[in-house]
Design a binder for this molecule. Structure first.
Ligand code: ADP
Ligand code: MG
Length: 326
């Protein structure tokens, strides 16, 4: 029901950036190699996402907006889906229940179709000419949930949350060409050639891109790859550390702390590195009781992983005499 969808939306769609997250993750899941994101008025007026992924079959468009309709099987990469019964097949119906949504999609060599919903009701479906992939436009977000609207921060803050999110997704997926436009102006774009250093330079500046060291470490449970900045390149704040688990962008205070610990005394007080760490693990090591929309995770064997991170960072930046406390 529309009400159930709105309740689900209330849990996970907190702000325009939540919509961008869900829709971009869908585009990534659909094997897109290019994802273009256009927002108007920090996403409150419009969020449009065009991908070149698998597309949705025209006779399945309406089904995709039904609760718990998911085409996705559990894959190793599907970290959150494997471990939570959380938000499976709920993003599209939730978003459609609190906004105006128009989706045009086509699969390769198939006729395309369009569906238009508002407040959870299907207003129209029709054949449409479309390139392979999906083009979704979300307008008037929260138009029927005024309490949500009130809770939002300034457009500038909401936009910075979208930009930050898209930056992290681009860092997590250097093989995908992303672009982000706000009110018609390009905010940033990546080329999608798989070069992480280049993505980092695009986001944090060319100089930063040049002062990164590659890192690789593994043990029987974890495999870590990524880039960490030289100790001379620091920022005021931990926000420049991007962590991914099985290519999903996550937040973790203990893992960030472990990374910083690897620098030992080489960091000045109040200064933090720029870093991207990709951690590969068996999803079974991720704690089950985690809210899918919050990007926080709880891991079993967390101490083993933090020790691995600290040691790897210490080695890379040449601080061999640092012994992590295990
Ligand atoms: P979930 O991602 O958990 O499966 P969603 O509500 O986000 O649930 O999406 C429902 C279904 O719609 C997906 O399982 C997928 O089949 C289809 N879908 C959504 N977005 C896209 C997209 N951009 N490209 C291809 N298929 C999509
Ligand atoms: Mg989804």
């Amino acid at each position: 029901t529309v009400l159930a969808d709105q309740i689900a939306a209330g849990e996970v769609i907190e702000r325009p950036a939540s919509v961008v997250k869900e829709l971009v993750e869908n585009a990534i899941d659909a094997h897109s190699t290019r994802i273009d994101i256009m927002v108007e008025e920090a996403g409150l007026q419009e969020i449009r996402i065009i991908d070149n992924g698998d597309g949705i079959a025209s006779d399945e468009l309406a089904i995709a907006f039904r609760r718990h309709a998911t085409s996705k099987i559990q894959t190793r990469r599907d970290l959150f889906r494997v471990q939570t019964m959380g938000f499976r097949g709920e993003a599209l119906p939730s978003i459609a229940s609190i906004a105006d949504v128009e989706l045009v999609s086509a699969q390769a060599n198939q006729a395309g179709a369009m569906i238009h919903l508002r407040g959870g009701e299907v207003l129209a479906t029709q054949a449409a000419s479309a390139r392979p992939g999906t083009d979704i436009t979300v307008r008037d977000l929260f138009y029927n949930t005024p309490a949500r609207l009130k809770y939002l921060k300034s457009p500038r803050t909401e936009l910075s949350k979208i930009t930050d999110l898209v930056n992290r997704l681009a860092l997590a997926e250097p093989g995908i060409a992303f672009s982000l436009h706000h009110d018609g102006k390009e905010v940033f774009r990546t080329v999608g050639n798989g070069n992480l250093q280049q993505v980092l330079a695009t986001i944090y500046g060319t100089k930063a891109g040049q002062k990164m060291l590659p890192l690789a470490a593994s043990d029987p449970d974890f495999k870590i790859t990524g880039l960490v900045s030289l100790p001379e390149l620091t920022r005021a704040g931990r926000n420049y550390v991007t962590l991914t688990i099985n290519q999903r962008y996550i937040r973790s205070f203990p893992l960030t702390k472990a990374l910083i610990a690897g620098y030992g005394s080489k960091l000045m007080v109040g200064r933090y590195p720029i870093a991207v760490l990709n951690i590969e693990l068996d999803p079974i090591l991720v704690d089950v009781n985690v809210h899918p929309a919050k990007r926080e995770v709880r891991l079993s064997k967390e101490e083993q992983l933090t020790a691995l991170i600290t040691t790897a960072v210490a080695e890379v930046i040449g601080q061999q005499n640092l012994i992590p406390d295990v």
